[in-house]
Design a protein. Structure first.
Length: 301
């Protein structure tokens, strides 16, 4: 028997979109190169198109009724399960954050831990947000007047771009509050560091999150975001990463497109890289994509 040994070839990963609980290739069949902070090749990511984005909106709309109709307590259990699955792949995510954003291994691991903790934090809020967003209203008459929060529907999200852990911790910080309150989302991943987002899709697919609740598209934000902004079946828009992705002029154009369909819009910070996602998140994002339903009911005699 020969003693000759052969160097094995690495099995390079093929990343795919995450739409409707499945992993389709881009409709265009195209990919783009993802590089690390030093410009070295990391992987090929699918180049999502307007058609991919429309397909994702269809999937998100189909999932709204079931997800919004799930009890708040059960949604909390589902979000906690995501944290469990993310914890099990902690090393993979730490490596992807480190390579994508040029932070050291210890810092990357700390950012992943913060992302896991953030899922847990929002999981705890699912059955409590109604207590701060709803209430019993005093009225002059023999009636109960009750206000209760309801999800807005389908939310389009332009994710935070790379920089100080934004590609994972920032991503979790915009997805988790939207789905915690019963919305479904279509996310334009950070174009320059999409790998943590695409890997998050794998975590979601193997957790208890129903297909279509979270849909993740990678590619040029300039191709994906305008489709979300103008789509009539998208109810709200989170433009957190718009300025970092495409410059100061991108957000006003997207807001104008969103206004044509009366979308609720969360505007981006003027300096998006000044935002520290490690800070306590507060409840603002939980309340951003809720509507209020008020019910009158006669009192019994």
């Amino acid at each position: 028997m020969s003693d000759t040994t052969f160097a094995r070839l690495d099995v390079l990963k093929t990343y795919k979109l995450y739409v409707g609980g499945k992993f389709p290739r881009s409709e265009s069949g195209r990919v783009y190169e993802v590089t690390d902070s030093k410009g070295e090749w990391l992987a090929n990511a699918p180049l999502g198109t307007r058609k991919d984005t429309r397909d994702a909106v269809l999937a998100a709309r189909a999932a709204v009724k079931g997800w919004a109709g799930t009890t708040a307590y059960n949604r909390g259990q589902v979000l906690y399960r995501v944290a469990e699955m993310l914890q099990g792949r902690r090393e993979q995510f730490a490596a992807e954050v480190s390579l994508s954003e040029g932070v050291g291994p210890k810092k990357a691991a700390a950012l992943v831990d913060a992302a896991i903790d953030r899922w847990v934090w929002y999981a705890g809020w699912t059955d409590k947000v109604a207590q701060i967003a709803g209430g019993a209203n005093p009225v002059a008459g023999p009636y109960f007047n009750l206000s209760t929060p309801e999800p807005t529907g389908v939310v389009g999200i332009v994710a935070p771009q790379a920089g100080y852990g934004h590609s994972l911790l920032g991503l979790v910080s915009v997805i988790a509050p939207a789905i915690a309150t019963g919305n479904t989302v279509v996310v334009a991943a950070a174009a320059d560091a999409p790998l943590p987002a695409l890997s998050l899709g794998e975590v979601l697919a193997t957790s208890d999150v129903p297909g279509g609740v979270v849909n993740i598209i990678s590619g040029r934000t300039a191709d994906i975001a305008p489709t979300l902004a103008s789509h009539q079946d998208v109810n709200a828009l989170d433009l957190t990463g718009a300025i970092a992705a495409d410059g100061p002029g991108a957000a006003p154009a997207l807001e104008a497109a969103a206004a044509d369909t009366l979308k609720r819009v969360v505007r981006p910070e003027l300096d998006p890289f000044a935002q520290d996602w490690t800070n306590a998140p507060g409840t603002d994002r939980l309340l951003s994509f809720l509507e209020t339903k008020t019910v009158w009911h006669p009192m019994g005699i």
